[in-house]
Design a protein around this ligand. Structure first.
Ligand SMILES: Cc1cc2nc3c(=O)[nH]c(=O)nc-3n(C[C@H](O)[C@H](O)[C@H](O)COP(=O)(O)OP(=O)(O)OC[C@H]3O[C@@H](n4cnc5c(N)ncnc54)[C@H](O)[C@@H]3O)c2cc1C
Length: 393
């Protein structure tokens, strides 16, 4: 068998290998999540409200602008680091994970790729120093078929006037900046879709009902109402009529973030279950002595490791400038399946206690469910994967 000789510097690194900076970054976030976020998790879930002081600390830690270049006030980091942050936060609380995920992988990412210099200075600057971002594509009638949206934008003088409603918008309650998709011409289909930057205090903009949800309860999910909302022309992101491209491409990246969120959820639940199994006694011994429990723990660990490889690989591909569309869809699909399966099994390992709110694992199970729904349902991921692996046939 012929082998290509490579110098040590050229030898591809194992997927689990992290640089020293990445290890330090991950350690800081893990510690912050354990010590600062964890004490609030139960109460935030019960109340359905995210503790504002934690969001302020996300900003202080620099995890709300991880990839944003230093010249705009950000950390100048990588997409991979953003993924590590989402994973580590979600291991403790998936709501914390998604707040940071939307900020970095969707909103900041869209500005980085399509913003003008002015927009980057203005909006990325704000998003690095205290302003939360949100990404508003879905509507009551358009979810999987996102480009059937009906929110309308009409050019009047130097402003676009927006009318319509958005639904399910993560960070809706906390956000000051919204990347919001509307159509300038419903008859043009997807070619009318345009991305606008809407600020919370624009006249005609308001935040409507907040959803009461099964999982990620502390993350706000809100309706947005646009009634003759005036948006200056210079707040078009990218080109008029090219919003569909922005939506598709940012969501491709976002899916790796949801994969990381689900990886964190699976890990968090698994860690609790392993600890519990080593404490709970039945038949005069800890249940971890039973091979039936050991095999379940081993199977879950294996699936979590497979997800980790997929998430890290997709994120590294993105940072390397490679085409990662298939890998991102596969990652989100599989990570959400594993998170649901693992967290469900962890409830069983806790027995009856796992079924109560006095123990942490039922929350992981509830939180896992969203992974199969947002940023494209599992069926939509399968459709993308099928198209790519079958070469359009
Ligand atoms: C908690 C939460 C947070 C969210 N955050 C945001 C956000 O920040 N921004 C945003 O824009 N949106 C957000 N969403 C919306 C989310 O992206 C949509 O809910 C999702 O895309 C599914 O759309 P839908 O709910 O309209 O379901 P539908 O599209 O109506 O789907 C219903 C079912 O039909 C299936 N289906 C639909 N079409 C097909 C098809 N062609 N082939 C096979 N099966 C199909 C789906 O897989 C699903 O099982 C959020 C949703 C939730 C619940």
């Amino acid at each position: 068998m012929s082998q290509v000789a490579t110098s040590p510097a050229e030898t591809p690194q194992p997927l689990v290998a992290l640089t020293e900076d990445e290890q330090l970054f991950r350690e800081n976030i893990r510690q912050f999540a354990d010590e600062t976020v964890r004490p609030h998790v139960k109460e935030m879930d019960e109340k359905g409200v995210f503790e504002r002081s934690l969001i302020d600390q996300f900003f202080q830690l620099g995890i709300m602008a991880i990839e944003t270049p230093e010249q705009y006030g950000g950390g100048g980091g990588t997409f991979f680091e953003a993924i590590l942050a989402v994973e580590e936060l979600s291991r403790v609380d998936a709501s914390a994970g998604v707040i940071v995920d939307v900020q970095n992988t969707l909103v900041a990412n869209a500005f980085l790729r399509w913003g003008t210099e002015e927009q980057k200075k203005k909006f990325l600057g704000k998003m690095a120093t205290g302003t939360v971002g949100a990404y508003a594509l879905s509507e009551a009638g358009s979810g999987s078929d996102a480009f059937a949206l009906t929110t309308k934008a009409e050019l009047k003088g130097s402003d676009y006037v927006l009318n319509g409603r958005k639904l399910w918008i993560t960070n809706g309650k906390e956000a000051g900046i919204f990347i919001l998709f509307a159509t300038i011409d419903p008859s043009a289909g997807y070619k009318g879709i345009t991305a606008f930057v809407v600020e919370k205090d624009f006249p005609g903009f308001s935040v409507g009902k907040k959803e009461d949800k099964l999982g990620i309860r502390a993350s706000s999910t809100c309706e947005l109402i646009l009634e003759d909302c005036r948006v200056p022309k210079e707040n078009v992101l990218g080109e008029v009529g090219k919003g569909y491209k922005i939506a598709i491409e940012t969501l491709n990246e976002g899916r790796i973030g949801i994969g990381a969120q689900m990886l964190g959820v699976a890990r968090g639940a698994w860690e609790y279950a392993v600890k519990y199994a080593q404490e709970r006694k039945q038949f005069g011994q800890t249940i971890s002595n039973f091979q039936g429990i050991q095999f379940q723990i081993a199977q879950m660990a294996t699936e979590i490791e497979a997800v980790r490889m997929m998430v890290y690989n997709a994120a590294r591909m993105k940072d390397a400038g490679m085409n990662f569309v298939k890998e991102a869809a596969m990652t989100k699909l599989f990570a959400s399946q594993v998170a649901e399966r693992v967290s469900s099994l962890c409830v069983e390992i806790y027995g009856g206690y796992g079924f109560t709110r006095d123990y942490p694992v039922e929350k992981y199970f509830r939180d896992s469910k969203i992974g199969k729904i947002y940023e494209g349902t599992s069926n939509m991921q399968l459709a993308t994967i099928a198209k790519l692996v079958m070469g359009g046939k």
